[in-house]
Design a protein around this ligand. Structure first.
Ligand SMILES: Cc1ncc(COP(=O)(O)O)c(C=O)c1O
Length: 452
């Protein structure tokens, strides 16, 4: 480092020199340097130049309880003073991982969750879910059931299993071939589908297509369906209310497990504690990460329903769960999660997400809903997307080569609101502590950005 240059300049100059960022061409990071965030407080963050922003993306859909929350920091520090790490591999464990698994089974009691497996993030959680599903059927004497069916536009992380289940080729193309045995069917995307504008009809069509795929593959070969209760990275796609109940019915009818990928929706973001609970559905396996620790430390969890977990009670050579990570059940992360869950429940963050989210969507529709370049405004709780289009009538989307969507999100950033843009969708996923006053500020900035 040049001793004479201020640290801020050194950081700006050196970001792209040695670090590769996710989801960006390395050269583009050099040309268009990212915001360097150095402080956070509640729903606000500050960059290295001291400029303050409303964090309308909640880090990356994860800072549910807000930044710099003393109860979570204290829980981590207390645990750090006592024990920073001990493994959960055979022969040992640690107290926070025991407490957290009990707590997760308690809050997911309505889903009849019996066991929890810990990992480091969402990609690990889905990977573990696929392994559980395949092993379950082997234990049940139906080892041919190995295939995984997922939805177009779905996102399930980027390990090879999760990536193979993803429903968009942008995530897959340069890493093909994918893992064999993964298949995708249409997702019920009301704004963009070739079938109908009627939600109930769409739900029925997409459910029928899914069942046809299971039958086409043969139910004796299908292990599980994985889906997000609300598709996040695909563009906040909210299915019609009857779709998830239909998924459950199909899984029961065809003897297939239902995996809910709750990595974004888990712990309140969509306005119910779990996204699947919002649809009145009990999955067999649930994947969590992100909001589980409110982003304070990396942690993922795969929650296993009683019926599935009981298969391991049969014993025998196949009943060892040959999955695990050095940091499975990391005590600091588990301590953070216990505090984050307490905050979520004590401060009624789930209820706040439902209330403020509905207000947010209403204000957005009233303010920019008629703009010629706003095609759709959709969401549930504090998971919201504004889809920008070239033409409202034809719904012609902006492509990655079009400047307008990024100009809109850049204008928001310049005016103190961090909003993420995925191709032509502005993604809004702030901390669940958001208030109506924050919403009013964001909507005003967004209105100007869209109009300019
Ligand atoms: C639904 C869903 N599943 C899995 C993942 C992967 O999580 P991670 O990035 O923690 O590996 C994500 C990440 O955004 C996600 O949204």
């Amino acid at each position: 480092m040049n001793a004479h240059s201020p640290i801020q300049n050194w950081l700006k100059e050196n970001n792209a020199k040695h670090q590769w960022h996710p989801m960006q061409p390395p050269k583009a990071v050099e040309a268009d340097p990212p915001l360097i965030v150095q402080r956070g407080e509640g729903v606000f963050v500050e960059d290295i130049d001291g400029k303050r922003y409303i964090d309308c993306q909640g880090g990356l859909w994860c800072v549910n309880a807000g930044h710099n929350r003393a109860p979570i920091k204290d829980a981590i520090t207390r645990q750090m003073d006592q024990l920073q790490y001990y493994t959960t591999f055979p022969g040992s464990t640690n107290a926070p991982s025991i407490e957290l698994s009990a707590k997760l089974c308690e809050i997911a009691a309505p889903e009849d969750i019996a066991k929890v497996f810990f990992c480091l993030g969402g990609s690990d959680a889905t990977e573990s879910a696929f392994k559980i599903a395949r092993q379950y059927w082997k234990l049940m004497g139906q080892g041919e059931k190995t295939k995984i069916i997922s939805l177009r536009n779905g996102y399930h992380g980027l390990h090879f299993g999760g990536m193979s289940a993803c429903g968009g080729n942008a995530w897959k193309r340069v890493y093909e071939p994918m893992v064999p045995g993964f298949f995708q069917v249409e997702s019920p995307h009301l704004y963009r589908n070739p079938f109908t504008d009627d939600p109930e009809e769409l739900s029925a069509i997409c459910a029928a297509l899914l069942e046809r795929e299971i039958e086409h593959q043969h139910p004796d070969t299908v292990a599980a369906i994985i889906a997000e209760p609300i598709q996040g990275a695909g563009g906040v796609i909210v299915p019609p209310a009857s779709y998830w109940p239909k998924l459950r019915e199909i899984c029961d009818r065809q003897n297939v497990l239902l995996i809910a990928d709750e990595v974004i929706t888990g712990l309140g973001r969509s306005g119910t504690l779990f996204g699947s609970r919002g649809w009145g559905v009990k999955p067999d396996i649930m994947c969590m990460a992100k909001g589980l620790t409110s982003g304070y430390l990396p942690l993922g969890a795969t929650l296993i329903g009683r019926r599935v977990a009981e298969a391991w009670d049969r014993g025998g050579p196949l009943s060892v769960f040959m999955q695990g990570y050095t940091y499975s059940g990391h005590p600091l992360a588990c301590a953070a999660a216990l505090a984050a869950i307490d905050l979520t429940l004590e401060e009624k963050l789930t209820e706040n997400a439902a209330d403020v989210g509905a207000y947010f969507i209403g204000r957005l529709k009233a303010t920019i809903g008629d703009h010629p370049n706003v095609g759709d405004i959709r969401g549930k709780g504090l998971m919201i997307a504004v889809e920008l289009v070239k033409d409202r009538k034809t719904k012609e989307p902006y492509t990655p080569d079009d400047a307008y969507p990024n100009k809109v999100s850049n204008a928001c950033v310049s005016n103190g609101i961090i909003i993420r843009c995925i191709v032509n969708k502005l993604i809004i996923s702030p901390p669940l502590t958001f208030t109506r006053e924050h919403v009013d500020q964001v909507v005003e900035v967004l209105r100007k950005a869209v109009e300019q």
